[in-house]
Design a binder for this molecule. Sequence first.
Ligand code: FAD
Length: 458
Amino acid sequence: MQRGIGKSIDLPEGLSPFARVAGGLVLALLFCALLLGAASIPFVYEKGSILYKFGADKVFLRAGKVVGISAAVLLLLQLVLSGRIKVLDRIFALNRLYRFHRINAVVLSVLALLHPLLVFAPEDLRSFPLQLQYWPEMLGAVLLILIALLSATALWRIFLEFNFQRWLVFHRGAAFIAVVMLIFHILYGSEVFETGTPRMIVLLTAGAYMSLFLRVKLKPLFARMQPFAVSKVMMAGKDAVMVEVVASGRKTFQYAPGQFVFITFKSGALSGEEHPFTISSSPTRPENLQFTIRCSGDWTSMLTLLRPGEKAYIDGPYGRFSYRLMQGYEEYIMIAGGIGITPMLSMIRHMADCRANVKITLLWSNRTLQDVVYAAELIELERRLSGLRIIHIITRGPDGTSTGDRLNRERLQSGLSGCSREVPAFICGPDRMMQEVRQSLVSMGYHRGRIFTERFGL
Ligand SMILES: Cc1cc2nc3c(=O)[nH]c(=O)nc-3n(C[C@H](O)[C@H](O)[C@H](O)COP(=O)(O)OP(=O)(O)OC[C@H]3O[C@@H](n4cnc5c(N)ncnc54)[C@H](O)[C@@H]3O)c2cc1C
């Protein structure tokens, strides 16, 4: 439980809505210009293979090259989207970048598949010679299979029952190999890139990609230079554990309430996997970071074995799911499902510490009463923060039967009666619940643009 009044501390500043939109537009335009520039290469630098083709053959070949180059640019973009680049997080938010990453994977896979179909459309493939001198083309075929494998295992990971950590190792390794193969395929498989400016562009792009790759790989090492130490591990409710870490010999850690980090523990009992968790404590106590974690999987179930003094490495903070990263309002709506309470907890604790004069309506759905974490502290927070109203929705009784209470449209309507339709609404919980609540809020007249969701999955 957090007590006392927080100190006045600096929080990371959020970008103004104008700066975010302007920044997003500039980056989108820059990317479109890059893509168009790359796709124009087969028009600007016509080489023999295109020059001596005519009619439909020429159209197919050129289209194949344009599609192939576009797929290559999109493949390189994948690292930019998933590389946890701070400035992109501030503009778009990491969760959204990972969503772009998934959509981009589908688009680039389709383009990569179209590339050989169009390039070889004018050729008689029955007489394609399988000779060593055609290794760049064969490399392209292997690359295509690798891209299809990368996308399929990412999109259907859960269906394929692919363990997340093993999948991550495969995904990162295979993606790097795919990019190396791509560079060789371009440099040696197309006469356009044999010499001159196009070759220089590929070499410079490859250099820039490798620098970004190194930066992403070295980032965890920087986190290791400023370790935290586990200071407390205790149960926070049924199947939920609170882990507290303290900054050891480093500057305090600045974050906005509601943001998350990637954390790795160096512990005798836990593997050194990196996992994302919201900081559930208030930034008014920056020397202590608390995480409230549902023990739902093989790794999280071992967290109770952490011992005080064991090291923790933190990469972050990330995310834009915070009332402090937007313009100030006097009223907020918060809707949580289960452990999705953690970002709300951080925000409410922060508001209470700062004695914020705000109205907050929190609707919190849990399966059973035992799933409610920090029940006593929440009562205390309601006392300290006069504008806070917490409405519990408990869907199952002690015997597991339905209570009949559900976070549906009717419940939202009754719970939010008296709330302004103009205020921001934060939603965090299971995907389906967030989708349904979002739709209900929109149908009730809430602004689509002021409904913020946080997915507990990347
Ligand atoms: C932004 C964000 C904030 C989160 N905040 C909280 C929080 O405050 N409290 C809480 O209890 N949970 C939170 N989670 C969820 C938490 O990260 C997962 O439940 C946890 O990593 C599961 O680990 P596991 O190996 O025990 O479970 P598993 O059963 O092995 O994994 C369950 C699912 O969790 C995801 N997952 C597993 N490992 C990772 C990983 N290393 N990186 C990314 N995703 C992974 C995968 O989608 C996987 O299918 C958050 C997730 C995100 C993305």
